[in-house]
Design a protein around this ligand. Structure first.
Ligand code: PLP
Length: 341
C-alpha cells in the first residue's frame, strides 16, 4: 500500500482530513451496522441535543507502525470501556466496546496510507466520539445519536527535543466532587478553555487543578494525569473520584511495578507535599509522559531536581519502556497491542 506524500516528522498537532471515517446511527432504540464513508461533514438539525445541551463524549487514541512493520493501536478495549462509562453518565446509549474496537480497527485500516512509518515519531491520531443528534429543546436526553470515528496524522510530540513544562496552580476548578470529572466529555473541556488561555497568557504551559472540595489536593491538568516520583524512587499518582482515568497513567503504573521493579501507589496527594518529590510528569496518549520542571503556586516556585532541560531518570525509564512496548521493541503484556490487519 502506497503511503501519502506527507512530511511526517514535520507534522504538527492539527486536523488533516483523511479518506475514511466510520459512522453508526442510533435510531428507534438500536445502533445500525455502521459504515465507512468518505463524507467528512456531519449534517444535523439546528436543535440537535449536542448543540443545545452538550450531550457528547469522546475518546483519543493512536495508531502507529511498529519496528517490524505492523500497524497497531494500544489497549483500545480500555478506550471502549471508558466510552461506555462516559455515555452512561450523560444518559446516552452505550456503543458496545467490542463494536467500538472493531470500528476503530476498521477506520485505521481504511486510512492505512496515513499511518506514519516507524521511526518518524508521528502517529495517526484516532478520535471516536458520539453525540445526541435529534432536536431537543426541553432539557432531556436525545432519542437519536451518532457514533463516529475519524483519524488524523499528527507529528512527534517532542519535536526538537524534550522541554520540561512549567505549570501553575489554577484558581479555577476543573471538576466537582461527584460531578463529571471522571468521564471524557466535551463539557469538561469547554469550561477549561478560559483557564488554559489565561495560563498561556501568563506564560504557563498548563494548569494544575486541585480538588474542588478542599483545594488542598492535586487532581490533574486539563487533559493529562499527574505522576510523581519520590526521592526514594517510588511512583505515586493522585487518587480521586473526579480525575479522568488515563489509560497511559494506568499502564505506566503497571510498567513501573512489573518491568522496572518499582513500588507504585495511587493515593491522595497534597499540594503541600509537592516540594518533596524528585520528579513530576503528565501522562496522556499524546505525549505518553511530558516531564514537568516547575510548578508555580501563586508566586511560590516548586522546582523539581530533574530540572528544566531533561526528563528525570525514572520518568525517562518509564517513557522508554512504555514507548518500547508500544513500538514492539519490548515484549508487551498480554492484550495490550491490537494489530490492524
Ligand atoms: C484523555 C484525558 C487524559 C489522558 O488519558 P489517556 O487515556 O492516557 O489518553 C487525562 N485527563 C483528561 C481530563 C483527559 O480527558
Amino acid at each position: 500500500m502506497e503511503k501519502k506524500n506527507i512530511d511526517w516528522s514535520n507534522l504538527g498537532f492539527g486536523y488533516i482530513q483523511t479518506d475514511f471515517r466510520f459512522v453508526s446511527n442510533y435510531v428507534n432504540g438500536a445502533w445500525d451496522e455502521g459504515v465507512l464513508t468518505e463524507d467528512a461533514n456531519v449534517v444535523i438539525n439546528e436543535c440537535a441535543g449536542v448543540l443545545q445541551y452538550a450531550q457528547t463524549v469522546f475518546e483519543g487514541m493512536k495508531a502507529y507502525t511498529t519496528a517490524d512493520g505492523r500497524i497497531v493501536t494500544f489497549r483500545p478495549d480500555l478506550n471502549g470501556e471508558r466510552m461506555e462509562q462516559s455515555a452512561r453518565r450523560l444518559e446516552m446509549p452505550v456503543f458496545p466496546k467490542e463494536k467500538f474496537v472493531e470500528a476503530v480497527l476498521k477506520t485505521i485500516k481504511a486510512n492505512e496510507a496515513y499511518v506514519p512509518p516507524y521511526g518518524s515519531g508521528a502517529t495517526l491520531y484516532v478520535r471516536p466520539y458520539m453525540f445526541g443528534s435529534n432536536p431537543v429543546i426541553g432539557v432531556k436526553p436525545a432519542d437519536e445519536y451518532q457514533f463516529r470515528v475519524f483519524t488524523t496524522p499528527v507529528g512527534p510530540y517532542f519535536k526538537g527535543g524534550v522541554k520540561p513544562l512549567t505549570i501553575r496552580v489554577s484558581d479555577f476548578d476543573r471538576a466537582a466532587p461527584r460531578g463529571t470529572g471522571h468521564i471524557k466529555a466535551g463539557l469538561n473541556y469547554a469550561m477549561s478553555l478560559h483557564a488554559i488561555v489565561d495560563a498561556h497568557k501568563q506564560g504557563y504551559d498548563e494548569n494544575m487543578y486541585l480538588d474542588a472540595g478542599t483545594r488542598t489536593k492535586v487532581e490533574e491538568t486539563g487533559g493529562a494525569n499527574f505522576l510523581f516520583v519520590t526521592k526514594e524512587g517510588k511512583v505515586v499518582t493522585p487518587k480521586s473520584g473526579s480525575i479522568l482515568p488515563s489509560i497511559t497513567r494506568r499502564s505506566l503504573v503497571q510498567v513501573a511495578k512489573e518491568y522496572l521493579g518499582l513500588e507504585a501507589e495511587e493515593r491522595e496527594i497534597y499540594l503541600e507535599e509537592l516540594a518533596d518529590f524528585a520528579e513530576c510528569g503528565l501522562c496522556g496518549t499524546a505525549a505518553v509522559i511530558s516531564p514537568v520542571g516547575k510548578i508555580v503556586d501563586h508566586g511560590k516556585e516548586i522546582c523539581f531536581p530533574s530540572g528544566m532541560t531533561e526528563m528525570g531518570p525514572v520518568t525517562k525509564k518509564l517513557y522508554d519502556t512504555l514507548t518500547g512496548i508500544q513500538m514492539g521493541t519490548i515484549k508487551a503484556p498480554e492484550g495490550w497491542i491490537a494489530e490492524v490487519k
